[in-house]
Design a protein. Structure first.
Length: 309
């Protein structure tokens, strides 16, 4: 009898241990099953630290508390997972160490290089920011076409969060836009600082709440302090005999480049394709109607019975 009770106790202990060991794995598998494709892709990202060469003569010393996502992975995140327009000038993204790219309150800084040419100081101090905002709104209409196709939120409008300005001493352009979205979603602050160089500018763009503007500005300034152009690519290295100038004249209300942006070209191609298909359908309809009427007008001859003769 004593042997029987011992066997029962041992069996009970084995069953309890098995459930205890298997529970964490089952729970982890369940959590994995709940992940969508975006989270799974983001989980494969690898990050960098220390001094990094971003290309185009840009050197970044990743600040403490941040990690760097390289250009190709940043494009996957920004263009495919976040449904933003494609940008081949993307150079990377800085993320806080304890924050993932798919977190709800994500705070990251996208780094791009704008090869728009050298922006002279006298031009930078006379930029017509009202016309610049009109250019951005005009480009936004075409970007919204792509955003709607990808199921992303539509931006219904924008305005300056503060008067844009040029920091002549450090060759920095500051501007912040408040973006309004459809369906009464809360507005978003898009703060951008551009560090001017010999042939273009490094653009640092941060997204956040409108009330976080001062915090975001300090964050961007700290990252800019950790960034520099290499020798031969700085603002002072500009060569007027060989280097192109940026087309930012105050009198220009529309940039030529904006008319040939990828979004515009895609929209023009689709419009042309739609008109071509429409013309083909109309042509086919006209041809079919002509054939139909010709068949109706074709004379019919009755066969004469020769026996009547």
């Amino acid at each position: 009898m004593r042997t029987f009770y011992c066997c029962v106790v041992i069996l009970f202990c084995l069953i309890t241990s098995f459930k205890t060991l298997s529970a964490p794995r089952e729970d982890s598998l369940c959590r994995y099953d709940k992940l969508d494709s975006s989270d799974i892709i983001a989980a494969t990202f690898s990050y960098k630290a220390g001094i990094q060469d971003l290309g185009n003569g840009i050197i970044l010393n990743v600040p403490a508390g941040y990690r760097l996502l390289d250009a190709s992975q940043t494009r996957v995140l920004v263009e495919h997972l976040w449904s933003n327009p494609e940008d081949s000038n993307t150079r990377g993204m800085l993320l806080p160490e304890r924050m993932g790219p798919m977190d709800k309150n994500f705070r990251g800084i996208v780094i791009t290089f704008e090869p728009s040419g050298h922006l002279e100081e006298q031009v930078a101090t006379k930029i017509n920011y009202n016309k610049l905002l009109l250019d951005m709104e005009d480009a936004l209409r075409y970007q919204n076409v792509l955003r709607r196709q990808k199921g992303a939120g539509i931006i219904t409008g924008m305005y300056w969060a503060f008067p844009p300005f040029f920091d002549k001493r450090n060759h920095l352009l500051h501007w912040g836009r408040v973006l309004r979205f459809e369906n009464n979603l809360p507005p978003v602050l898009n703060y951008e600082i551009r560090l001017l160089g010999r042939r273009g500018a490094i653009c640092f763009t941060a997204i956040g709440k409108v009330t976080e503007m001062q915090q975001i500005r300090k964050q961007l300034q700290m990252i800019i302090a950790a960034t520099h152009f290499t020798n031969g690519n700085t603002y002072a290295d500009f060569n007027p005999n060989t280097d192109p100038l940026a087309n930012w004249a105050a009198e220009d209300s529309r940039s030529v480049a904006s008319w040939f942006s990828p979004a515009r070209l895609l929209l023009a191609f689709r419009s042309l394709l739609l008109m071509t298909l429409l013309l083909l359908c109309i042509t086919l309809f006209v041809v079919m109607m002509q054939v139909y009427h010709q068949l109706r007008r074709k004379p019919t001859y009755r066969k004469i019975d020769e026996r009547l003769n």
